[in-house]
Design a protein around this ligand. Structure first.
Ligand SMILES: Cc1ncc(C[n+]2csc(CCOP(=O)(O)OP(=O)(O)O)c2C)c(N)n1
Ligand code: SF4
Ligand SMILES: [Mg+2]
Length: 312
């Protein structure tokens, strides 16, 4: 996410995040790591966290320049493990919370982390609407195709026939395709990766971070406890195939992206869709600037008082 400028208000004065700031030493993984993650040994989420540290390290981001926001779930414990500002918020509600930060603090890189249940089930509406609003932030969904924290219920991405505590005879509901949902709802950056390919995860995170607008990454991340082997067919070390998005794919072609996202599992990995469209941040900043020009030096409380006086 590139940083934008909001007008006036000392508290909102943006501090441009310059990844090459020479006078400040970048943080190390050791400095960025908080508590030891409480995930099960072998959980795919470890890899995503390690690569987030790598991203912050590489881009020399400091604690005053980014936030990590999540909902609820194993994957959503993520911000606990980062020694920086963040919130482990309400189940499914990471995106509205992150939107508030993105709009009010343009100096921050806003990263949201979520699970397939958190983002596509209880938070499915927020996922769609944040995409359509093109809020400037990056969302990484650690998709294990199951509810891990609550010990194996069917999630919106569980495949047909998946046996769980909620579908003892096997899932009968057609799974969603998060990439197609994001593209059709108007997300401006849509990518897919898998936690077993660290270089690829980092590359996707970097591109998402550099995108001005809502960037979404579906990251396959195995739950070794409740859906072991789910992604073996996407892992060459387990006899699977890791197919990158074809080089000739036009990332600005919405229809082509949609078609590519329809490839049966294990599908492709990489950037499916990337276009530039004005962000909600820019549009709101414009409205504020226009209004500011009208009210001159009036303080916020004076504008508010006037509004209430008018309502009398
Ligand atoms: C309002 C509400 N409903 C239900 C729950 C119980 N709950 C907690 S996490 C979760 C599902 C998490 O699944 P997912 O987002 O896929 O994360 P994972 O644990 O698999 O990483 C549910 C149903 C809750 N905490 N709050
Ligand atoms: S239950 Fe699954 S998702 Fe949760 S920490 Fe364990 S392996 Fe990871
Ligand atoms: Mg899950």
């Amino acid at each position: 996410m590139s940083t934008q400028t909001l007008p006036s208000e000392a508290a909102q004065t943006p501090v441009a995040v310059n990844p090459t700031v020479a006078e400040r030493k970048g943080l190390t993984k050791k400095e960025l790591a908080a508590d030891h993650p409480t995930w099960c040994p072998g959980c795919g989420d470890f890899s995503v966290l390690a690569l987030y540290f790598k991203l912050l390290e590489k881009r020399k981001l400091h604690q005053d320049q980014f936030v990590s926001i999540s909902g609820i779930g194993c994957s959503s414990r993520f911000p606990y493990f980062v020694q920086a500002h963040g919130a482990h918020f309400i189940h499914g509600r990471a995106l509205p919370f992150a939107t508030g930060i993105a709009l009010s603090r343009p100096d921050q890189h806003v990263f949201a982390f979520s699970g397939d249940g958190d983002a596509f089930s209880i938070g499915g509406n927020h996922f769609s609407h944040t995409a359509r609003k093109n809020v400037n932030m990056s969302l990484v969904v650690m998709d294990n195709q199951v509810y891990g924290l609550t010990k194996k219920q069917t999630s919106p991405t569980s495949p047909l026939g998946f046996k769980s505590k909620t579908d003892g005879w096997g899932a009968v509901d057609h799974p969603i395709n998060p990439l197609k949902q994001a593209i059709s709802m108007g997300a401006t950056f849509v990518a897919r990766t898998t936690s077993t390919n660290p270089n690829h995860v980092l590359a996707m995170m970097e591109q998402a971070m550099d995108h001005n607008g809502f960037s979404f990454i579906q990251c396959l991340s195995e739950c070794v406890e409740f859906y072991e082997g789910a992604f073996d067919s996407a892992n060459p070390r387990k006899g699977g195939v890791f197919n990158e998005v074809p080089k000739e794919h036009d990332v600005t072609d919405e229809f082509a992206a949609y078609q590519l996202a329809s490839t049966p599992f294990p599908g492709h990995f990489g950037v499916f869709y990337k276009v530039n469209r004005p962000t909600k941040n820019e549009k709101e900043a414009e409205i504020i600037a226009k209004h500011r020009a009208k009210v001159g030096e009036a303080k916020d409380w004076q504008i508010l008082q006037k509004t209430f006086d008018r309502l009398k």
